[in-house]
Design a protein around this ligand. Structure first.
Ligand code: ZN
Length: 139
């Protein structure tokens, strides 16, 4: 029996976005759209649009995946134990919709020492508007 929600996701997401977020696949390093993105803005869950990461916590990990040392809000991301591939790793999923995001490693930079290694395919980047200092210049 097919769930309508899953069918909806299949039509809304790209095949890669679907396999990463719903089947916990991992995109190949240096192939995603965001690993080398340096724009200011917010990274949202590609499935449910919850804000998950901020560009201010993104750093160059050299891994080929977007890497963050913190989340926008701790409650936005759920950690799970992942024993796949013969390793114990910490999987991180969207707390709101359960979408697979990537993994968390304890080798990140200060101030947290954490590295959220996230698939571009799990994220939807929303660029910060230029001159976001209020609506004074809007007519
Ligand atoms: Zn989500």
């Amino acid at each position: 029996m097919k769930q309508p929600e899953q069918e909806d996701l299949r039509s809304r997401l790209t095949p890669l976005q679907y396999s990463v977020t719903q089947e916990a696949q991992t995109e190949r390093p240096f192939t995603g759209v965001y690993w080398d993105n340096h724009a200011q803005g917010t990274y949202r869950c590609v499935v449910c649009a919850e804000p998950l990461f901020d560009s201010g916590t993104k750093f160059e990990s050299g891994s080929g995946w977007p890497s963050f040392y913190d989340v926008v809000d701790k409650g936005r991301v759920t950690q799970k134990r992942d024993f796949s591939h013969g390793m114990l790793r910490t999987e991180v999923v969207c707390a709101n919709c359960g979408a697979h995001l990537g993994h968390l490693f304890p080798d990140g930079p200060n101030p947290t020492g954490l590295r959220y290694c996230i698939n571009s395919a799990s994220l939807a980047f929303e660029a910060q508007p230029q001159s976001a200092a209020g609506d004074a210049d809007l007519v």
